[in-house]
Design a protein around this ligand. Structure first.
Ligand code: SIN
Length: 288
């Protein structure tokens, strides 16, 4: 079967057909897929049939798989797979009900963040639970020159689920056990990141709670707040966004966290609309 690549949005996202991801990829297919990943940032596949080992084998093509920080939702056979689900089974959540209905980039709170995120759907609702992805390279490139000049070279401090309100139910102080808190100290990353493979610059600062941005460093606090607000408002523009409506079991959506951010919409998904996905993240390079 011929492999086809169809662009879905002006600056990013492509749908690929003609590839069976349940079997090991030939070097030629991997090289094509990897090129498409760099060119389009987000790739969509349909009609895939993966078991946990096949999912892990596919993930390993992108780098070393890194299990989720919250241990409770790791897959029982392959810990690198995180279960995202709003199902309750035997009185217990089957997975993370909402992995982030706010703008974030996976593991940005770690010294070495994620490069790829791969989501594979096992069941999806007819309505709701869409995933939105934002092109952070396009967002960077469309900022006014003066703002880009001010931001380039600045560093930010962030910490997993840091929140000004320690009592927030999803803050690190409420959600993480003692080990998980110790494993997630504050880290410093550039506000503007250069992609290690394409050389392109992207914004690399995210408004969501999981990213836990505390401040931009070495500038007055009020300027830090004002610059963060400018960035977050700019990135809200729908021209940078692509909204994916899950089509049922067997969809795969993957994205490059080094030049995108994403936003789940599962906080508004009612429990009678089950949605279960597997997620894999691999880790890459220290952002520069
Ligand atoms: C995530 O934020 O990693 C998952 C996105 C989703 O569940 O739509």
């Amino acid at each position: 079967m011929d492999i086809t690549i169809k662009r879905k949005s002006e600056t990013f996202v492509a749908e690929i057909s003609g590839l069976d991801l349940s079997t090991p990829l030939s070097d030629a297919d991997w090289s094509m897929l990897h090129r498409a990943y760099l060119d389009h940032k987000v790739l969509i596949f349909h009609d895939q049939h993966l078991d946990p080992s096949a999912m892990a084998r596919f993930g390993e093509r992108f780098g070393e798989i890194s299990p989720h920080t919250v241990r409770q939702y790791r897959h029982e056979d392959i810990e690198g797979i995180t279960i995202l689900s709003n199902r309750i089974e035997m009185g217990r959540p089957k997975g993370i009900r909402d992995a982030g209905s706010h703008w974030h980039s996976d593991y940005s709170y770690r010294a070495i963040p994620a490069n790829v995120t791969i989501l594979y759907s096992l069941e999806t609702p007819d309505e709701g639970g869409d995933t939105i992805v934002c092109d952070m390279q396009a967002a960077w490139e469309t900022l006014p020159d003066a703002t880009r000049a001010r931001l380039d070279g600045l560093q930010q401090q962030l910490q997993y689920r840091w929140c000004a309100d320690r009592d927030h139910p999803e803050s690190r102080w409420r959600l993480l056990n003692a080990d998980e808190q110790l494993e997630t100290p504050p880290v410093t990353h550039p506000v503007v990141r250069t992609h290690p493979e394409t050389g392109a610059k992207s914004l690399y600062v995210f408004s969501g709670l999981t990213s836990g941005v505390q401040r931009i460093l070495d500038i007055p606090d009020d300027e830090s707040q004002s610059l963060l607000k400018t960035i977050f408002t700019h990135c809200e523009d729908p021209r940078f966004h692509y909204r994916y409506k899950w089509g049922g079991p067997g969809d795969i959506v993957l994205w490059d966290n080094r030049c995108t951010m994403h936003h789940a919409t599962t906080d508004r998904l009612p429990p009678d609309k089950p949605r279960t996905l597997w997620r894999i993240n691999t880790i890459g390079d220290k952002p520069v």
